[in-house]
Design a binder for this molecule. Structure first.
Ligand code: MSP
Length: 468
């Protein structure tokens, strides 16, 4: 039994959550459930990122005080976690006083160890990214991700000596002491690291909506210097110290740099142990553009859950796009997946088998469902983050069991009074359905439980309804 600590990014509360947030969280939940099913001890963390200029601006636009605004918005993200059926063990907020205290101590350690110094700086700043950009990062003066104009900012700030860690980071990543998955993302980070590292401004003179630098009351902490520490502070706040350091950080590709470069450098500077792995997801796009709150082209996950089911959303997101790559999400595809794979595929198989077990009063023989190798193969795919392949593998099994039934025609055996054969065949089909329920459990936990419940009680109801 191992200790596994899994995190999602903490989400900015500047606007309502969208399907892109649901995506990373669902993948993290699948892993958390997978490891628990395997018998490991899991600490699964998610939460919200609530300080900084971007949030303060959003509060102002909404005519609210920042604190009132972030309380309301964070509650929406927490509600989404529940609606997504996430099995997170804790939900962290960066405005929590306990987090603030720990983040201040953490930064103080970096300062005491000599990795923070003061200098003045002028640069282009993208508020949506909360990041300084160089001129070559911009397209026509705009951030290529958010299409918004980067603002020139000039200040005297406290700088983190990121540049001191270039060689060490290259070694750690090259040797997989810090793993970055998929491989393409690792190469991309190594390529950028080899170009050299600039120090990062870790404080702000004019951003009030944050907390102060512990050794300088006149400056506040840069939002990323605050946010990344959540992974550490959560272990203290929620009394999960034994889980430190993190096993897997799940992040979108827009924030790899912060997690693969800045975060380990902060840990090295504060002399803390390093996390093991970063798993990077691609963008969910709409018409080829990243879905984002700033761009306003988003699918509402709550709407999908209410029109279909939570498991439809979970299934769709991990089945349609190979994890790690970008992919377009459309309402049409969601419907197709729901009707074909869930209602007609899985739902129909469970109904068919269980209703025959009930009608012919089948006794369940000793458990003999799917082959163990077939089951292990799915688990291995999940563990390698090949969610799409794991799901298509499960659906091949579903199709095979369905096909066996069509070919074997158990109803004819019943008519012909061949009760022994009928018994043997349907008992096996029953166990196969239960094995499938176990296999889908990390992905579709509600459906898995429902199938198990109906298999037990034989009080049968359709598991998915077709949507017209
Ligand atoms: N607050 C920072 C993260 C701090 S972690 C210490 C942040 N927040 S965010 O709300 O803007 O985005 C968080 C994550 O949401 C992204 O990295 C990504 O995982 C996910 N996604 C947001 N939009 C997405 C898509 N359109 N597609 C896929 N994932 C997306 O960045």
């Amino acid at each position: 039994m191992e200790k596994v600590y899994i995190t999602t990014p903490i989400y900015y509360v500047n606007a309502n959550p969208h399907i892109g947030h649901a995506y990373t969280s669902i993948a993290a939940d699948v892993l958390a459930r997978h490891f628990r099913q395997k018998g490991d001890e899991v600490f699964f963390l998610t939460g919200t990122d609530e300080h900084g200029a971007k949030i303060a601006q959003a509060a102002e636009k909404n005519g609210k005080q920042p604190k009132e605004f972030v309380d309301e918005m964070s509650a929406k993200f927490e509600q989404l976690s529940e609606k997504l059926n996430l099995s997170n063990d804790a939900f962290i907020r960066t405005t929590d006083d306990r987090h603030i205290k720990i983040a201040q101590d953490f930064l103080q350690e970096i300062y005491d160890n000599g990795f923070i110094y003061k200098k003045s700086y002028k640069g282009f700043y993208c508020i949506a990214c909360e990041e300084y950009k160089t001129e070559k990062d911009l397209e026509d003066g705009c951030c290529p991700i958010h299409k918004t104009k980067a603002e020139v900012q000039e200040e005297e700030n406290w700088f983190f000596k990121l540049s001191s860690f270039q060689e060490e980071l290259i070694d750690l990543i090259e040797s997989d002491q810090i793993k970055i998955k998929p491989q393409g993302r690792k190469n991309e980070i190594l390529g950028k690291l080899r170009l050299g590292l600039d120090d990062v401004s870790f404080s702000r003179e004019n951003v009030e909506w944050s907390f102060s630098i512990p050794w300088d009351e006149t400056q506040t902490v840069y939002v990323w210097g605050d946010a990344l520490v959540n992974y550490f502070s959560a272990c203290e706040i929620f009394k999960k110290r034994e889980f430190w350091p993190p096993t897997i950080h799940l992040v979108g590709r827009d924030i790899i740099w912060f997690h693969a470069v800045i975060w380990p450098a902060m840990l090295l500077a504060a002399k803390k142990s390093l996390f093991k792995e970063i798993l990077v997801n691609g963008y969910l796009t709409s018409g080829g553009q990243k879905m984002s709150k700033t761009l306003g082209n988003v699918i509402d996950p709550l709407q999908v859950i209410s029109d279909y089911s939570v498991d439809t959303l979970r299934f769709y997101l991990l089945r349609d796009v190979p994890y790690g790559e970008d992919g377009d999400a459309t309402l049409e595809r969601i419907k197709e997946r729901h009707n074909n794979d869930l209602a007609a595929g899985l739902g129909n198989l469970a109904q068919r088998v269980l209703s025959m077990v009930k009608r012919y009063e089948i006794e369940k023989d000793e458990k003999n469902g799917l082959n163990q190798e077939e089951i292990d193969k799915i688990h291995q795919l999940t563990e390698k983050y090949k969610f799409q392949e794991a799901l298509s593998g499960i659906w091949e099994l579903i199709a095979r069991v369905n096909k066996n039934i069509a070919e074997f025609e158990p109803w004819n055996l019943a008519k012909e009074g061949k009760t022994d054969q009928l018994q043997e065949f349907l008992s096996k089909s029953y166990w196969q359905v239960l094995d499938i329920a176990d296999l889908i459990n990390p992905f579709l936990p509600e459906t898995s439980e429902e199938i198990k419940k109906q298999a037990q009680s034989l009080e049968l109801e359709p598991i998915f309804k077709k949507v017209e």
